[in-house]
Design a protein around this ligand. Structure first.
Ligand code: PGA
Length: 250
């Protein structure tokens, strides 16, 4: 059975005190709701220690990235073990902004996944194609996504129990150009099949999220699509009201 998930990727937004307020508002809103949806927030690293105690039982804390190294002379880096000790349960790996602006290739991403697994963090692994690839058609987009998924096959199949995949077409991120619900569904369903074929029986339960200009207005239609288990939300996760409305969209 696949879980329903709404995850807020705050990116480089809010100060720690603003973030604490945002988590408190989301938490208040969740008191009136059942726990059928897993709710996660991914604040910047400076927020982790202060936000963690405010998350309570209902909100799961995650980080937007971790190092591919366990420890050592890597100025500016933060390890998966440090995140775990701060109260983090999850980490996003392979977000397109990390791939693009920080040159994170398959080898680096493999190292990050290995560290996250070793530290007991769950992983949201992001995949998605550029606009130029999408223009070549859905098969080209799938080929691109499939190549990104390939690195998961180097790990033991038990990886599946710590894995969530987010399909985020790059042209939809922060642009207001949301993927058509049927396209999101087609891609998420392909990913579903790939996970089952490559990660065995446990791959069947790996949730697949959609991300890219998902908001309070379009979440309902997107989440109703076969293959879509929820969303990785950027901009619309920064307002408690919008984020709660997205949680209500199932
Ligand atoms: P967006 O970002 O919702 O602002 O498009 C999604 C993401 O990058 O995770």
């Amino acid at each position: 059975m696949k879980q329903k998930i709404v995850a807020g990727n705050w990116k480089m937004n809010t100060t720690p005190s603003e973030g604490t307020g945002l988590v408190a508002s989301i938490s208040r809103g969740l008191q009136e709701r059942d726990d059928s949806v897993r709710v996660m927030v991914f604040p910047p690293l400076t927020h982790q220690a202060v936000v963690s105690p405010k998350c309570g039982q209902r909100i799961e804390l995650g980080a937007q990235d971790c190092s591919q190294h366990p420890h050592g002379a890597y100025t500016g880096e933060v390890s998966a073990a440090m995140l775990k000790d701060c109260g983090c349960r999850l980490v996003i790996i392979g977000h397109s902004e990390r791939r693009m602006y920080h040159g994170e290739d398959q080898e680096i991403l493999s190292g990050k996944i290995a560290q996250a697994l070793k530290s007991g963090l769950e992983i949201i692994f992001c995949v998605g194609e550029q606009e130029s690839v999408r223009m070549q058609g859905e098969q080209a987009a799938w080929k691109h996504v499939q190549a990104q998924l390939e690195l998961l096959t180097a790990f033991d199949k038990s990886l599946a129990s710590s894995l969530i995949v987010a399909y985020e077409p790059i042209w939809a991120i922060g642009t207001g150009k949301t993927a058509r619900p049927e396209d999101a569904s087609w891609m998420c369903s392909n990913i579903d099949r790939w996970l089952e074929e490559n990660l065995g029986a446990a791959g069947k339960d790996v949730p697949v999220l959609y991300g890219g200009s998902c908001n309070a207005k379009n979440a309902k239609e997107l989440f109703a699509q076969p293959g879509v288990c929820g969303g990785l939300i950027g901009g619309a996760s920064l307002k408690a009201e919008d984020f709660l409305q997205i949680i209500d969209s199932f």
